[in-house]
Design a protein around this ligand. Sequence first.
Ligand code: HMG
Ligand code: MG
Length: 298
Amino acid sequence: TLPSLVELVDVGPRDGLQNEKQPVPAAVKIELVHRLQAAGLKEIEVTSYVSPKWVPQMADNTEVMSGIQRLPGVRYSVLTPNLKGFEAALRDQPDEIVVFGAASEAFSQKNINCSIAESIERFAPVVDAARAAGIYVRGAISCAVGCPYEGYVPPESVKYVATLMSSIGVQHIGVADTIGVGTPLKVQRALDAALSVYTVDDISGHFHDTYGQALANTLAALEMGVWQFDTSVAGLGGCPYAKGATGNVATEDVVYMLHGMGIETGIDLDALVDAGQYISEQLGRPSGSRVARALLAK
Ligand code: HMG
Ligand code: MG
């Protein structure tokens, strides 16, 4: 049975912009967040508190977080890989934090410079501190179907990380196809593994569209009852530690598909297309959303 309502987290300001070579001014990021919330997004992944040497584009995290005029009912989430990042984030009062691990050892090393087991040790005090502060904790499981360094990633690896995340109190997990290599049945197997640890209400899909599979993978997840997804306006993005990975599935494309299926999102597609058009113009390139391009050509 398909869900009748779907919640989308727009990760464009974070996952989308983290990989841009040219610095994107904080004012542009803030304006993008404002446009996304005006379009009806109820959760926005704003930035990350990571090393500015590793990801220079997110060095303006505090400036961006403090420049947002928050709307009631909208949740603002940020990535925090360790206590140092969490302590900095806490001052900027996020509603949710994301600790990010991986189902692949090699990717864990390249992305956060430690093994999977070490990452869990680093996350544990972050999770404790966040929950003590009343902040909801999500965990991202990167490379849940494939890894740029290891290739195939078996569902058992997803189950392994999900179990570890659950053991330290992570409340929700995102099953992430970091490099967009997944196809529907592989994604369903990864989600099945996640479902052996978390309930369907505590799992979201995070699909990159590198191979053009993300909408099909989203539908495959919907068929399993998954109703929460990370998407990125204008299809922005890619991970700096996953070479060749393109952006997340475009929020516009997912909204169009869902509305066409009679599934509610609370998002105004026209206003969302405007938000995507704004950031695409700022970046000086066409939108990665097929739906946005089709609507704008009309
Ligand atoms: P490390 O070098 O192992 O950390 O990096 P360290 O504790 O040894 O510290 C080294 C230096 O970094 C020190 O500074 C620390 O102060 C500093 P120095 O003394 O050399 O001047 N440092 C920090 N600075 C700011 N904020 C912090 C922080 N922590 C240490 N939080 C670390 C470990 C995790 C920090 C590093 O590897 C890192 O920043 N990695 C960035 C990873 C990243 O942002 N990746 C992209 C996001 S994940 C993603 O996109 C996937 C996702 O979308 C899901 C999917 O699609 O799969 C979520
Ligand atoms: Mg991602």
